[in-house]
Design a protein around this ligand. Sequence first.
Ligand SMILES: *Cc1c(COP(=O)(O)O)cnc(C)c1O
Length: 380
Amino acid sequence: MVNYRDRAWLEVNLDSLRHNAIVLQEIMYENCKLMAVVKADAYGHGGERVACFLNKIGINSFAVATIDEGIALRKSGVMGDILILGYTDLKRARELEEYRLIQTLMGYDYAKDLNEAGFNIETHIKIDTGMHRLGMDKDNVERIVEIFSFKHLNVSGIYTHLSVSDSREREDIEFTQRQIDAFYRLLEELENRKVKIPKIHIQSSYGLLNYPEIRCDYARIGIALYGVLSEIEDNTKLKPDLRPVLSLKSKLVTIRDIKIGESVGYARAFIAERDSRIGVIPIGYGDGIPRNLSCGNESVLINGYKVPIIGRICMDQLMVDITDIPQVKVGDTVVFVGKSGDKEISITEMAHNGNTITNEILSRLGSRLNRIYISLDQGQ
Ligand SMILES: *Cc1c(COP(=O)(O)O)cnc(C)c1O
């Protein structure tokens, strides 16, 4: 795909990405390293490009959700550790070895079967301390010990995942503390049974921002690396100076004048209450703009003015009311996320208006959008 600003595009600011990586590394416990979570195409920022860039500035540890994401990174030249957080079909064990990917062991039977596949595979054991999604039960010590002796599996890490680390409510903090304590108790148990403890990791973004004191070898950082939080109202213990990496833009391709009483778009969901000027923008829910932002639930920025989306968002187009913008013309840039004049719209705001979280919006910004990488630093 040609990377120009022809229809609708994402601007990925690599300087901000580098800045975030540095400030996040600074708040980590000593010797803890950033594991960059680049699943779902690096939360829409472009997995290969983002991982290669981070690799170049010294990050050597990555996490993805699927084997194909991992293979794509290897093929684009990413060095260092690549951990697959999710399930990999046993039929693909050979590729885990071939591409030197680290597979999460999410259960005893899975580990046993993977060992029996006969390929030499690096693994991290996942421990369920209360999330009850993936992982071996924290109390199943015997079985966990056994996995360390499996001939073909090199267990280089052990980790858990926190379920409410974003919350500052007392009850949730207590729950999280119990998860953390249970994990460390398990590690002690393992040590008592002569297991050499591999690398450990617990925190994702909120885990780091709210529990920075936890001692680990890695923190698995996704959303914060991209410079945003999941929800507008989120309040974290630490508030590092994170900078949004992504902007989302398009342009006006048609301007039309309609009379009072005329309608715009499907279902005639917008009826003009005055003579109006309507702008048509070639981006829609097919590009990842949530359809529930239709009918005034979201605004966009044009030439520093904030104007509402009107009518129903279509798959490939949407319409805005530009009656109040002077001197607007076809070709003017439309900002969905980012700055225009002295105004700014954050992706967190868009997620809020769309009744979801930033993570979902980012990961759904589809393959149809061009990505343009921006860096003022030379040599990138
Ligand atoms: C996605 C994911 C992360 C990253 O979470 P963020 O909140 O985006 O930092 C960390 N750990 C696991 C297991 C994940 O699935």
